[in-house]
Design a protein around this ligand. Structure first.
Ligand code: SF4
Ligand code: SF4
Length: 88
């Protein structure tokens, strides 16, 4: 959360990170799991179209938007988006 402004005109900005995982591009190599500092990624129980386990988000652990997973994935299976929400 980022504070913009003073006490009279205070606006707080909350950043939320959204991952889009293309499960059919994922080959389950786990590189992204190993570089995630927050343990936000885990292997699925289900299989993708190629019969492989893929990654899923672990909602118990927060994503901090560090992009490590996006950068390391050799198959460009992860996209990261950021949303900002203003609260007064
Ligand atoms: S962006 Fe960073 S914190 Fe979020 S899932 Fe990827 S590696 Fe983990
Ligand atoms: S690095 Fe890419 S291919 Fe490997 S498990 Fe993660 S999303 Fe799947």
């Amino acid at each position: 959360m980022e504070l913009l402004g003073n006490n009279k005109g205070k606006i707080s900005v909350t950043k939320k990170y959204i991952l889009k995982i293309n499960k059919n591009r994922c080959k389950g190599c786990q590189l992204c799991i190993n570089v995630c500092p927050k343990k936000h990624l885990k292997m699925s129980v289900a299989f993708n179209k190629s019969g492989l386990h893929f990654i899923e988000e672990d909602q118990e652990n927060e994503c901090i938007g560090c992009k490590n997973c996006v950068i390391i994935c050799p198959d460009t299976a992860i996209e990261l988006y950021q949303e900002e929400e203003e609260t007064k």
